[in-house]
Write a protein that binds this ligand. Structure first.
Ligand SMILES: Cc1cc2nc3c(=O)[nH]c(=O)nc-3n(C[C@H](O)[C@H](O)[C@H](O)COP(=O)(O)O)c2cc1C
Length: 361
């Protein structure tokens, strides 16, 4: 049975921002602390290496509720260096699909209800408040975290309103890194599964450009751990190229983001209103295979290339068994967006299952 989601898809992004979180996240009970942190992620001590990736935690109220509910690695939603509007409502819809979603473009139909096994599409356009709003909000979350918890800040580059090219694009990543550092976050994730300025592809598919961006960011971050968030790679050689070039300069790699598909209503029309929204990112149960596959590949590459980055596994996690499966595949940390949105108790369930494992072992 799915619980009331913390982010309500029936409301606009702005309504969720102002009035959320909802369901159990609206009155979180502080979960009991479990001794000293036993795990570490990107060099930091962590109680339970489980969290919520960039997206559902749209501001500090959501992040603090997640911390209270035992998600020890919450990521504050991806922000930008300037205010940016959300796509029009609806932004989240259920999709009808059971099984493993193929990685190549597929036509999907929206469902009427949110039901298990749950897959959804999300389409926001990465909205952001201005740094004047998100910087103090994020800084407060960092102070709120208890021992063994780490709030991660996520951002991506944006061209200035008057336009620009690759130089301005990279300069904005640099500026974003500085703004992040000023908040006091203990780790920064940069979204590389975002459009690559001047091309039709994602940034993570361009190893050369990715290195240039990482170098610019590193100059601003210094020793602060940097994670990159990447998409599913169909081409193993392309992934190896990225990891070879970028792997030595980052503390962690998070995978995956959503898998894109055509999303239509029952009559065959585009389901999400507006230009450029026919193709939309799908997440939840049907992409778990892809997240697991990427974790295995990243682990193998780390060994083969003698690197030391932490691996954060994301995609389709909705139960303690999914968490264990990701850990067994090589994930140092695991995160759940869709699963956690509809199950606020997920971190506590995983904690209990882990304790049972320990007693049995
Ligand atoms: C409501 C929602 C908003 C999201 N927004 C972002 C975002 O701003 N930045 C990002 O890197 N990923 C974003 N994602 C992708 C998630 O971080 C995650 O990579 C993806 O949903 C797969 O995990 P899941 O199957 O557990 O949902 C979003 C996902 C959801 C459900």
């Amino acid at each position: 049975m799915l619980a009331a989601p913390m982010y309500n898809p029936r409301l606009s992004y702005e309504e969720n921002y102002d009035h959320g979180p909802f369901g159990a996240f609206s009155h979180p009970l502080q979960s009991p602390r479990a001794g000293h942190p036993r795990f570490s992620f990107v060099g930091q001590p962590v109680g339970l290496p489980f969290g919520i990736p960039a997206g559902p935690l749209v501001n500090g109220k959501y992040v603090k509720a997640a911390l209270d509910m035992g998600f020890d690695l919450p990521v504050y939603k991806t922000v930008r260096t300037r205010a940016y509007k959300s796509h029009a409502w609806p932004n989240v819809l259920p999709v009808k699909f059971e099984g493993d979603l193929p990685a190549e473009c597929l036509r999907l139909v929206v469902g009427e209800e949110y039901e298990e096994p749950l897959s959804i599409t999300n389409s926001f356009g990465v909205p952001s408040m201005s740094p004047e709003v998100w910087q103090p909000d994020l800084a407060e979350c960092v102070r709120y975290a208890r021992e063994g918890q780490m709030v991660i800040g996520s951002y991506q580059g944006t061209l200035p309103e008057h336009g620009g090219g690759v130089r301005e694009y990279i300069a904005d990543f640099r500026l974003g890194a500085r703004l992040m550092r000023e908040t006091g976050v203990k780790a920064v994730e940069v979204n590389f599964s975002c459009p690559n300025e001047g091309t039709a592809h994602l940034l993570c598919f361009d190893a050369e450009r990715s290195v240039a961006v990482v170098e610019a960011i590193r100059e601003e971050l210094g020793e602060l751990p940097l994670l990159i968030k990447i998409a599913y790679f169909r081409d193993d050689a392309q992934l190896e190229q990225l990891v070879r070039r970028v792997g030595p300069h980052v503390a962690g790699i998070s995978a995956i983001n959503t898998i894109s598909a055509e999303v239509r209503d029952a009559a065959g029309n585009q389901a999400l209103p507006g230009e450029g929204r026919l193709m939309s990112g799908v997440c939840g149960r049907s992409i778990k295979w892809a997240g697991l596959a990427m974790v295995s590949k990243l682990k193998r590459l780390r060994e083969n290339l003698g690197l030391s980055y932490s691996i954060c596994g994301v995609g389709g996690v909705s139960s303690p068994e999914d968490f264990a499966e990701y850990r067994a595949a090589g994930a140092d940390a695991v995160m759940s967006a869709t699963g956690a949105m509809w199950n606020p108790q997920l971190a506590q369930e995983i904690r209990q299952a882990e304790q049972v494992e320990e007693i049995v072992a």
